[in-house]
Design a protein around this ligand. Structure first.
Ligand code: TMP
Length: 206
């Protein structure tokens, strides 16, 4: 059985972390091993890189340094965890992957699109998700939710940054409509889970 690689995406506060649990449970009910991961992170090395990336004390971090740290964390996760899991036939559910880098480092930070795409090719070791679910919520609402308990280094960039992130996700969905699906993240938790499941049903997840 071939593995399935699904990624969850969206601006901060869109609710994807809340949805990862029920989505993973539903995938497991289909009889597959499910490996749930988050980026940046998911291996001891990648978690150390995550701490560097999110520490508000690192306000001086250059955009290029930030880009390469996200890619470094990703490459380790792909080689150490994702590739072996897919080879076993698992369903890998990853909270963020290279589309986050496009949305945040190209969209949010304004690094050139082509540069970020090349960096993504390296950081992902050439691996692409089978399906990417972008949870879409009104940016003001999402931002208020994300920062209710304080802001990490990325969230501290503010609402205009989050709007650019959202716009970049919508551009990706328009570019790759088969892989990247925009899911309405408003409404009850169960309703959103049902929308997510419907958007992966054709992948043989049931
Ligand atoms: P999280 O809050 O979903 O755990 O993600 C961590 C933060 O890092 C979030 O603000 C999005 C940001 N991020 C990027 O800017 N680029 C990336 O490539 C990834 C994976 C996350």
């Amino acid at each position: 059985m071939r593995g399935i690689f699904i990624t969850l995406e969206g601006a901060d506060g869109c609710g994807k972390t809340t949805q990862a649990g029920p989505l993973a449970d539903a995938l497991a009910a289909g009889g597959r091993e499910v490996v749930r991961l988050r980026e940046p992170g998911g291996t001891p090395i990648s978690e150390k890189v995550r701490a560097l990336l999110l520490d508000p004390a690192n306000a001086a971090m250059a955009a290029e340094c930030e880009l390469m740290l996200y890619e470094a964390s990703r490459a380790q996760l792909v080689r150490e965890v994702i590739e072996p899991a897919l080879a076993r036939g698992a369903a890998v559910l990853c909270d963020r992957f290279y589309d986050s880098t496009y949305a945040y480092q190209a969209g949010g930070r304004g690094l050139p699109d082509e540069l970020v795409r090349r960096a993504n090719a390296l950081g992902s070791c050439g691996l692409a998700p089978d399906r990417t679910l972008v949870l879409d919520l009104d940016p003001e609402l999402a931002y208020a939710r994300a920062t209710a308990g304080g802001a990490d280094r990325m969230e501290a960039e503010g609402l205009a940054f989050q709007r650019r992130v959202r716009d970049a996700y919508l551009r990706l969905a328009a570019e790759e409509p088969d892989r990247v699906r925009v899911i309405d993240a408003s409404g009850e938790r169960d309703e959103v889970t049902a929308r997510l499941l419907a958007a992966v049903a054709d992948l043989g997840t049931a």
